[in-house]
Ligand binder design. Sequence first.
Ligand SMILES: Nc1ncnc2c1ncn2[C@@H]1O[C@H](COP(=O)(O)OP(=O)(O)OP(=O)(O)O)[C@@H](O)[C@H]1O
Ligand SMILES: C[C@@](O)(CCOP(=O)(O)O)CC(=O)O
Length: 509
Amino acid sequence: MEVVASAPGKVLMTGGYLILERPNAGIVLSTNARFYAVVKPIYEDVKPESWAWSWIDVKLTSPQLSRESMYKLSRKHLTLQCVSSSESRNPFVENAIQYTVAAAHATFDKNKKDALDKLLLQGLDITILGCNDFYSYRNQIEALGLPLTPEALATLLPFTSITFNSEESNGGNCKPEVAKTGLGSSAAMTTAVVAALLHYLGVVNLSTSSEDPHQQNKNSMDLDIVHMIAQSAHCIAQGKVGSGFDVSSGVYGSQRYVRFSPEVLSAAQAAVEGIPLEEVIQNILNGKWDHERTEFSLPPLMTLLLGEPGTGGSSTPSMVGAVKKWQKADPEKSQETWRKLAEANSELETQLNMLRKLAKEHWDAYKCVIDSCSRLKPAKWMEGVIEPIKETVVKALLNARNAMLEIRNQMRTMGEAAGIPIEPESQTQLLDATMDMEGVLLAGVPGAGGFDAVFAVTLGDSSGNVTNAWSSHNVLALLVREDPQGVCLESGDPRCREITSAVSSVNIK
Ligand SMILES: Nc1ncnc2c1ncn2[C@@H]1O[C@H](COP(=O)(O)OP(=O)(O)OP(=O)(O)O)[C@@H](O)[C@H]1O
Ligand SMILES: C[C@@](O)(CCOP(=O)(O)O)CC(=O)O
C-alpha cells in the first residue's frame, strides 16, 4: 500500500528575474538530484469507532532534519492542525496535504468518496527525503578532514542530516534557514508530496520512469493535475507567487518555460480568507493556466556541472525585492538592461537548439568537433577546421559562448544597479577562469545568482579538469548532473534501494 514518488531539483540556466514577467522565457534543466515522498497508512485497519471521528491522523517525518510532527486533518473542512511543537512546522507539506485531499473531494463521485474516507481514516504517514545534492555538506567534509572534491562528497551516506545556517549568519535575513545549493528543495519536495498523495488517493495514475513513452503521454493530463496542485500549494506556502519554473521542471523535467499569469492563483490566495478548500481547488483545476512549456535539453556530449562556492547560499526573495525596487526607481535603464538580457538569453537558446539539430543531422562531424574542442582552449577551437559542416558546429559553439558572456555582462549590470551581488566579484573571477579552460562551453550563476552556486557546461570528457580546478579554488563540485526526467513513481523507499546497492557493491568487491 506504500506509494513513493520523486521529483527532480532544477538549475535555471537562463531567464533569472526576467522569467518573472510574461512573455520572457527561461531555460531550466532538471537534475538527477531528486526529492522523495513516501506515503503509507498509519493504521492497518479502520477501527469501527473511527467512523465517528472528526479528524484524520497525519504523521510527517523528515529524517534529515530529525523532525517528526503529528497533525489532525478535519474531515469536514479538510484543514490541518499541528498537534506537535510549532518549531517543526513545514508549510510546503502542510499545504500539499490539504490541497491534495481537497482535490480528491472535488473530483470524486459518491462511491469514490466513501473509499477515500476509509483510506483517510487509516491515517497518512508521510516521509520526506531530499538527495544530498540539495544541501551543502562543505562543513562536514572539512570537519572530517577530507578534500573538497566530488569523491569526498560521494563518501557521505545517502540522505545525510542537513546543516542549518548559523543564527548570526542568518541575522541580516540574507541567508536561508538551511545551507542549500540552490536546486530548489522546497519545489521538489512539494511536487513529490503532491504526486505521491494524489496517486495514493487515486486522483491520478502516475507511471514509473521505466514505462514506455506512449504510456507517459497518456499520463499527461495526470501530470497537469500534479502541476496545478503543486504550483498552488508551493505559492501559498511561500506566501508569494514566483515564476513557477521550479515546480514546472519538478513535474515535467527540463524545458523552456514561460510563466503562468499570476491571476490563476487568485482563488488560492482567497482561500486564506475563508473560502472552502474544495471550492478553491475546483477553481484552480478549472483555471486558465497559460504557462508555456517547450521541450529542451542540453545537446549530446555536453555535461552540466554545478559548484558550491561555500558561503551558505543567498535568499532569493530579498534579491528579487531589490531588483523590483530598481525597476521602479529607474524604469528606463532597467528596461534597457532587460531588453539586452532577453536578447542574449534567446541567442543562447537558439545556438543550443542549433547544436542539437546539428548533432541529429550530422552526428559524425558533430562528435568529431566536440571531441577535439574538449581538449582545446576555446580560442583554438576554430584552428585547422576546414570542413564546412564542422565549421558550422564550431561557430555555433562560439556563438553560444558569446551569448553567455553577454548574459553575464548584463546580469552584473543589473546587480550593480540594484545594489545586490547577482554575479559577485569572487564568482566573476572564477567564471572567467572556468570559461577559459579546455573544453568549457559556458559558465555562469544559475537562477537569481548570488552565492548559491555556479554552473558550467563542458564538452566531451573535459569535466574532470573543471572539477579539479574548482577544488583548488575552494569550490566544491557537486555530483549532480542534468536529467531531463520530471516527476515519477518509484518502486520503493529510496533508503532501501541505496542500502541494497551499497551492499551489492560491497559484495562485488
Ligand atoms: N529534507 C527536508 N525536510 C524537511 N524540510 C525541508 C527539507 N529540505 C528542505 N526543506 C524545507 O524547504 C525550505 C527550503 O526552501 P527554500 O525555498 O528556502 O529553498 P529552495 O527551495 O532550495 O530554494 P532555491 O530555489 O533558491 O534553491 C527549508 O527552509 C526547509 O523548511
Ligand atoms: C529570480 C527568479 O527569477 C529565479 C530564482 O531562481 P533560483 O531560485 O535562484 O534558482 C525568481 C523566480 O523565477 O521565481
